[in-house]
Design a protein around this ligand. Structure first.
Ligand code: FCB
Length: 439
């Protein structure tokens, strides 16, 4: 029996993931207000195909069709995010009933089809009104987030499987506030460090508030992670890789599981290190019920910019296909931290898929990618890592941030003109795989 067909632990959850901004569209429908991604997309030159999320996959209007599609594909779980500016347009004050109703219909529609709903509260689409007040650079925004978290937890908590606070705080802080390539497009290292602290603080505060509100659900956070390896064995490259690992993994993991930021990264940041108030770190390291790990690739760092080694197998994003990196990562996390149960909350690959004359979408490379990563996951589980579920990124081809609609991560093809959904071969492969697991 191959590693992918041997069984996973009893109750292991197989699903697919999306996020609100990337699929919903209906950007200004039924009372939704602008998010920082709407504003960012409007800046000339930042999105490669000059597109935006106004229509995206029009999931907001095609909800029933998409729910039926998920059932048809035999998914057991669906990870989605709520759009904050859809449910609370200004990010504070009044709530938008039509927005909340949409997520009621989504959650109820999933349950009616036997699919477990996994909610992420924040997948990058901050209400623009909060950005106008300074966004995540302001400590005050953490309080707004707590309010948002508590309201959603009370509304949906009786029907959903779990709540993750943030998706990939590293991306928000580093790409959004230091490199300036993601919304809100700021380029300041000190700001980014402060933002990362406010994100973690808001996470901890939200957990405490949700628990105080007697929300009896598994609560956690989702981090993007992967091994960082030196390009060569020189002292310089090794030091560089260690620091990058510190900024990507240890910064977040040490804070969440040890209640402190790693000394070497603090030293590296020097005066740009965040201001941390008395008691903050105790809040940040509030115990988690689960940790979500998004894994795509590893990064190889050396004297130049981070790059895959020459000759590596690459996806359409230019990311190295590195399944063993997932096994290594999970074993390392298990060795270094007192982990709660883990979920692989995202894993997948972009390839330039096309609908063939036969109306099929042949994507053998994605099937191969998924098969190998699932085998790598199986290996980590066999070695004792407690992983409870796996979500493929993504259900649908969607708005891939600065790549616009030029990169296709879906197991379901979406035609950009007609928005017609066509399950790719990988979707049928995944359906059969899930069915075989449940036998
Ligand atoms: C992750 C994001 C997700 C998607 C994938 C490809 O970093 O969480 O929204 O863009 O990458």
């Amino acid at each position: 029996m191959s590693a992918t067909t041997s069984s996973f632990p009893e109750g292991f959850v197989w699903g697919a993931a999306t996020s609100a901004f990337q699929i919903e569209g209906a950007a200004f429908t039924d009372g939704r207000a602008a998010s920082i991604w709407d504003s960012f997309c409007a800046r000339p030159g930042v999105i490669v195909d000059a597109s935006n999320g106004s229509v995206a996959c029009d999931h907001y209007h095609r909800l029933d069709e998409d729910l039926d599609l998920m059932r048809h594909l035999g998914l057991k779980a669906y990870r989605f995010s709520a759009s904050w500016p859809r449910v609370q347009p200004e990010g504070s004050g009044s709530w938008n009933d039509k927005g909340l109703d949409f997520y009621d219909r989504l959650v109820d529609g999933l349950l009616a089809r036997g699919i477990a709903p996994y909610l992420t509260l924040y997948h990058w689409d901050l209400p623009q009104a909060l950005q106008d007040l300074g966004g995540w650079t302001e400590r005050e925004v953490a309080l707004r987030f707590v309010d948002y978290a508590e309201t959603l937890a009370r509304r949906f908590g009786d029907r959903i499987a779990s709540i993750a606070t943030h998706n990939e705080p590293w991306v928000i802080a580093t790409l959004g506030h230091e490199q300036g390539i993601f919304a809100p497009g700021l380029s300041n290292r000190r700001t980014a460090a402060q933002v990362s602290h406010h994100l973690l603080l808001s996470h901890g505060m939200a957990l405490l508030a949700m628990r105080a509100a007697r929300v009896r659900l598994p609560l956690g956070i989702v981090l993007n992670q992967g091994p960082t390896v030196p390009a060569t064995d020189t002292e310089t490259d090794r030091a560089k890789a260690h620091l990058e690992d510190g900024r990507l993994i240890r910064w977040y993991m040490d804070a969440l599981f040890r209640g402190r930021y790693p000394t070497d990264v603090l030293q590296h940041l020097g005066e740009d290190a965040p201001q941390v108030e008395e008691g903050d770190m105790r809040v940040v390291c509030t115990p988690l019920d689960f940790l979500g790990v998004n894994y795509y690739t590893r990064s190889v760092v050396g004297s130049g910019p981070a790059t895959p080694r020459p000759g590596s197998e690459l996806t359409d994003m230019g990311w190295e296909v590195c399944p063993q990196g997932l096994t290594e990562l999970l074993l390392r996390l298990q060795r270094d931290y007192p982990l709660p149960p883990l979920y692989i909350t995202e894993n997948g690959a972009a390839y330039p898929d096309r609908v063939a004359a036969s109306q099929r979408v042949h994507d053998p490379l994605r099937i191969d990618y998924l098969r190998r990563h699932i085998a790598a996951l199986r290996e980590a589980i066999a070695a004792g890592v407690d992983v409870r579920g796996y979500f493929v990124w993504s259900l649908l081809d969607n708005f891939e941030w600065t790549s616009g609609y030029t990169k296709r991560f879906g197991i379901v093809h979406v035609d950009r003109e007609t928005l017609q959904r066509t399950p790719k071969d990988s979707a049928f492969w995944y359906r059969d795989f899930i069915a075989a697991q449940s036998r």
